[in-house]
Write a protein that binds this ligand. Structure first.
Ligand code: SAM
Length: 408
């Protein structure tokens, strides 16, 4: 249930206090320990060889500098006696025609991250420490190396926060999320912030990544297109012909140069059907239904994943060769280590033979199990962990977010 929130305070149950450097040091220590515990696994060599260990330590120092020295206690800025703000919740037993319903607004919270307004429904997840979340998302964006030719997947996107705060830096954002009300929030959030180059899909990432990559990266090559020299308001030419997707017509009308299409022989006129088709696109004069930039050539395909505490199915990422860079945000170092093992173990690493105790998995750590799962995955190029950094979204608690960059 939605409750009383102190205005401007996100971590309400925490006492207002100076940031405690040693608390944060403890969090790092527990993360280091997790990695150390698994140092006898073959995958540890990958971490060592790529300088991962050194990077983690260097990043840690960098983090202290950035978050503690310059922005002390950002999640507990408001004083303990800050005003309380009551969030109204509709009463289920009030008939719709009752006047009482008029007193109740929508059971939604509105919050801001990176100057964007987010509308959040009661069952959707939203980072409570919004100021630190802003830093987390911009760090993820920096590491993702984004550009106008980037197709960015925001995997486990919830209300669309990560993708929408980074969308201005990329060609297109595709958010994937299982929680239906969060996906409808994401659509709403794109709309209220006037963002069009994004699309949100409600399903499991591992079920849909392959088809989405096909849809957004495979531009139709064999279309027969008739080019006619007809001037229109927003573009130079109209491309008319049977079966030309509206998205392509849209791009042309917007003046986008679509070089990658094979152009057929010029024709002297256009059919009535074609005219009608263009008319209807002109009248709509808006992005296609899914906001897609079909026809744009994405050179760079990047994913930012922010899974729940138990991590993500590795096939959502690993088996798609066009995906070269991954920024993994995790609130649970244990599942991050397990997923990193699944993503970074080379396909050539084979299962040890002669293990007769087939119930041995019962005693295995999550990292040991991950190594076994990695070996049974389809052959695919492994990622390399490049660097990691802790971001303290939950001051004065045992928890923090860990960001890891992986590339291949
Ligand atoms: C930590 S939250 C994401 C937070 C969000 N990125 C943000 O910053 O506001 C993780 C979300 O992943 C979603 N999820 C879990 N498994 C998933 C899967 N296999 N595919 C897509 N989404 C998934 C859950 O609905 C969950 O709310």
């Amino acid at each position: 249930m939605l409750g009383n929130f102190r205005e401007g305070v996100t971590a309400v149950e925490e006492p207002v206090d100076c940031p405690n450097v040693s608390t944060i040091a403890c969090k790092y220590a527990s993360i280091f320990q997790k990695f150390l515990q698994h140092s006898n696994l073959p995958v540890w060599n990958i971490f060592k060889n790529t300088g991962f260990w050194r990077q983690l330590m260097v990043s840690t120092v960098g983090f202290e500098d950035a978050l503690i020295t310059r922005s002390p206690g950002i999640s507990n800025e408001a004083p303990a006696d800050a005003p309380l703000c009551l969030l109204p919740i509709p009463k289920a037993d009030v008939p719709p025609e009752s006047d009482e319903i008029n007193n109740v607004v929508d059971a939604r919270i509105h919050d801001y991250i990176s100057n964007l307004r987010f509308s959040i429904s009661p069952t959707a997840f939203f980072q409570v420490n919004t100021l630190a979340a802003e830093k987390l998302y911009s760090l993820a964006g920096d590491w993702a190396c984004l550009g106008p030719n980037t197709l960015l997947f925001d995997i486990c996107c919830e209300t669309g926060t990560i993708g929408l705060t980074l969308v201005r830096l990329v060609g297109m954002v595709i958010g994937i999320e299982m929680n239906a009300s969060a996906v409808s929030d994401a659509h709403r959030n794109a709309e209220i912030n006037g963002i069009k180059n994004c699309s949100f899909v409600c399903t499991k990432a591992e079920d849909v990544m392959g088809s989405l990559l096909k849809e957004y990266l495979n531009v139709p090559q064999k279309q027969v297109i008739v080019l006619i020299p007809l001037q229109v308001a927003k573009g130079k030419f109209l491309l008319l012909g049977k079966g030309i997707p509206h998205q392509i017509l849209y791009l042309i009308l917007k003046g986008v140069h679509v070089m990658s299409l094979k152009i057929g022989k010029s024709a002297s006129g256009c059919s009535e059907n074609g005219r009608q088709e263009v008319q209807s696109v002109l009248q709509k004069s808006e992005m296609p239904e899914n906001g897609s930039s079909l026809g744009q050539q994405f050179e760079n395909v990047v994913a930012i994943v922010d899974p729940p505490r138990f991590g993500l199915h590795p096939t959502a990422i690993r088996t798609h060769p066009r995906l070269r860079r991954l920024v993994y945000i995790s609130c649970n170092p244990e599942s991050l280590v397990a997923n990193a093992i699944e993503l970074c173990t080379p396909s050539s690493v084979k299962t040890e033979k002669g293990n007769k105790d087939n119930r041995g998995w019962r005693n295995m750590s999550s990292a040991g199990l991950a190594l076994h799962r990695a070996k049974s995955m389809p052959n695919s190029e492994a990622f390399q962990p490049i660097k990691a950094m802790a971001v303290d979204l939950f001051p004065h608690t045992q928890h923090c977010e860990l960001v890891m960059l992986l590339e291949r």
